[in-house]
Design a binder for this molecule. Structure first.
Ligand code: ADP
Length: 422
């Protein structure tokens, strides 16, 4: 028996696991084991009406091989067989985990005595049917086992489905939890980032303020000696002008011009610094009125050629009145400075923005981003004097209002500066 068991264990590795019953096909397998073919045929005729799958085995070994390959609802086992008899076969079936609980019905022609019956039960038979037997009774008994098996399989299938849905549910909550963690992680990261940006912005704003107040005090301190130089040059010119040689006179004139230019630069720089320090005070401002006032002042100045300025009616905005005046002053002054003889300048409104348009020299749009930076100039000083601060001031004013300023230009045709005030 041990040999057979060993042989069986070896066969275990070759198992092709075909379950006898699948909920889909609704058929259970019944294994009939008998060394006599006529007995197998007779059994088959009795069990046929059950409509299940009948599997024949003509020896104990063949039965074991079938059991390795598939599950059975019940085994009908002939007790008397050559080689491996029914009892040995039953005992091997019971040794194997997978087949341990398959019901075995012994069918025996000879051994009706109690010993054989007991032997059958001791190796795990669930029934012992002596021959001759009543086919009806045999069929009913087998039917009971088949139904039991089917119920059992259904329960197994439901348990499998339940397990699967539990697994899916677990996977879903795992994914949800991972997503929630990820969201939390991102939120914490964002918070940290925002905190750092805020810290950095505060540091930079502070540094900027310090720099601007430094610039302010330096400009302020430079103003006094510069005024002295301009005044001295003027006095010298008045007192000695007539006695000076040509070259000396020119040097004195150059000195006065340079000092005046430096004074303008310092004034512009002071204004640049003040713009950042000044508190923003918004109120309703009449842009049309301010533009006309600024235009009048500008047209009163001695420009190289006559100009005209047209301002659209009814333009208003919520903004700082003083800063708006400085802004318009810068834009209109540039428009005048860069306009040709008889040039027309217009202040108007379009799609939520105010514009200042001229017919002047214009500029190459490649450099449009540069002109709003301090000291960036696209023209030569001797032709168009300036400090390069005007548009930087304009940009700062707009920035403080949370608005936007931009320009469009065609060289030789004119420029339009647009702004809105947030
Ligand atoms: P500034 O006029 O004193 O040079 P701005 O900061 O006002 O300084 O302007 C910077 C530069 O932008 C100018 O030097 C000029 O090249 C260009 N620019 C500004 N306004 C105009 C304009 N209306 N038409 C043509 N170029 C302009």
């Amino acid at each position: 028996m041990a040999d057979v068991a060993t042989r069986l264990e070896l066969h275990e590795t070759e198992v092709i696991d075909l379950a006898a019953y699948r909920p889909g096909d609704n058929k259970a397998a019944i294994l009939m084991v008998d060394d006599r073919p006529e007995n197998l045929i007779a059994l088959e005729a009795i069990l046929e009406p059950l409509g299940e799958r009948l599997v024949r085995a003509s020896s104990g070994n063949e039965a074991l091989r079938h059991l390795l390959r598939q599950d059975f609802a019940v085994i009908l086992l002939d007790a008397q067989m050559p080689d491996l008899d029914g009892y040995e076969t039953a005992s091997l079936i019971r040794q194997r985990e997978r087949t341990r609980h398959v019901p075995i019905m012994f069918i025996s022609a000879l051994n009706k005595d109690r010993d054989h019956v007991f032997q059958g039960y001791s190796v795990g038979a669930v029934d012992y049917i002596p021959k001759p037997f009543n086919p009806e009774i045999l069929r009913s008994k087998v039917k009971v086992f088949v139904e039991l098996f089917k119920k059992n399989e259904q329960i197994k299938e439901q348990a499998r489905l339940l397990h699967e849905s539990e697994m899916r549910e677990a996977e879903r909550s795992r994914t949800e939890m991972a997503e929630a963690l990820e969201r939390e992680h991102m939120r914490a990261l964002n918070e940290e980032l925002e905190k750092r940006v805020l810290e950095r912005t505060t540091e930079l704003t502070e540094a900027n303020k310090q720099l601007e107040s430094f610039c302010y005090s330096v400009s302020h301190d430079l103003r006094t000696p510069l005024r002295g130089i301009i005044a001295t040059s003027k006095m010298l010119m008045e007192d000695l002008g007539g006695n000076l040689k040509g070259e000396e006179l020119q040097m004195l004139l150059d000195q006065e011009v340079a000092a005046k230019r430096l004074a303008t630069l310092i004034d512009d720089l002071l204004q640049f610094s003040r713009l950042s320090m000044k508190e923003l005070e918004r109120s309703s401002v009449n842009i049309t009125e301010v533009s006309r006032e600024v235009s009048q002042q500008l047209l009163a100045e001695p420009w190289p050629c006559p100009l005209s300025i047209f301002v659209e009616d009814g333009m208003t905005a919520e903004c700082d009145p003083l800063l708006l005046r400085i802004l318009l002053q810068n834009l209109l002054e540039n428009a005048c400075k860069y306009s040709p003889e008889g040039g027309e300048i217009r202040v108007g409104r379009t799609e939520g923005a105010v514009f200042v348009r001229d017919e002047g020299i214009g500029f190459d749009m490649t450099y449009a981003h540069k002109i709003f930076l301090p000291f960036e100039r696209l023209v030569h000083d001797h032709q168009y004097p300036g400090t390069g601060i005007g548009l930087a001031n304009a940009h700062k004013i707009i920035h403080r209002h949370g608005g936007r300023i931009w320009a469009e230009s065609i060289p030789g045709k004119g420029s339009t500066f647009y702004f809105n005030l947030g």
